[in-house]
Ligand binder design. Structure first.
Ligand SMILES: N[C@@H](CCC(=O)N[C@@H](CS)C(=O)NCC(=O)O)C(=O)O
Length: 223
């Protein structure tokens, strides 16, 4: 049985969604973020040394890293579903988006999260104005321009095809969904980028997406 070690409000929601799309049986083991630090509980370190989510176990295998998990589940259990045929241009695009989501667009989104927390988090009152100023300057000069480049790029890509890898929905769309949802929550993704918003509307209407939300519980991404 596949076990998903699922942290609330996190990337592991994508894995639940993928498993629902594939119609596979799985067990969800839940972990709650510390409400003050938002970090994962130490119990996750007993599953994998990094203590992050998602992690899956499948028989003797323990696997972390959402892109690797998605690739593993699709190649082992997909039976040709949710990935373009190997050797096609669409397959290369599929692999590209699996990597891009965590390797390229998530870093500036994570920096935005950190600077938001520095600006709004609990710091001693006498350093608060300085902390806010440093966070605002770093965000304005480093993070915001990068996020704009990524969101413009992603919006443009959906002008070429309905889904990221091509004409068919694939697991690459599941992988890219998390940065887009995070961008809506903390990077100002809105109706000024209609293709991305339409993509989010389309995925949110999928029965498997909704079923995965029921299995995963509250999904309210950090700002
Ligand atoms: N690149 C990794 C990132 C894993 C990761 O950072 N997960 C976050 C959840 S969104 C986490 O576990 N955060 C809690 C913590 O760092 O303590 C992946 O895609 O799986």
């Amino acid at each position: 049985m596949i076990v998903v070690h699922h942290l609330n409000n996190s990337r592991s929601q994508r894995v639940l969604w993928l498993l629902e799309e594939l119609g596979l049986e799985y067990e969800v083991r839940r972990y709650e973020r510390d409400p003050r630090t938002m970090m994962a509980p130490s119990a996750l370190k007993q599953v994998h040394p990094l203590g992050k989510s998602p992690v899956i176990t499948d028989g003797p295998l323990t696997l972390a890293e959402s892109g690797a998990i998605i690739e593993y589940l699709v190649s082992r259990y997909g039976a040709g579903r949710l990935a373009p045929p190997v050797g096609t241009l669409e397959y290369t695009r599929y692999i590209y988006w699996l990597h891009y989501a965590e390797g390229s667009v998530m870093p500036p989104l994570l920096m935005r999260l950190v600077f938001n927390r520095i600006a709004n988090g609990p710091v001693p009152f006498f350093i608060k104005p300085i902390a806010r100023k440093i966070a605002a300057t770093a965000d304005r000069t480093i993070v915001a321009p990068q996020l704009k480049v990524h969101l413009d790029y992603l919006e443009g890509e959906l002008g070429n095809s309905d889904w990221f890898a091509g004409r068919e929905f694939s697991a690459a769309d599941i992988q890219v969904s998390f940065p887009l949802e995070a961008a809506r929550s903390r990077a100002g993704l809105d109706a000024s980028r209609p293709r991305l918003m339409n993509f989010l509307d389309r995925i949110h209407a999928r029965p498997a997406y909704l079923k995965a939300l029921e299995r995963g519980g509250k999904y309210d991404l950090l700002k």
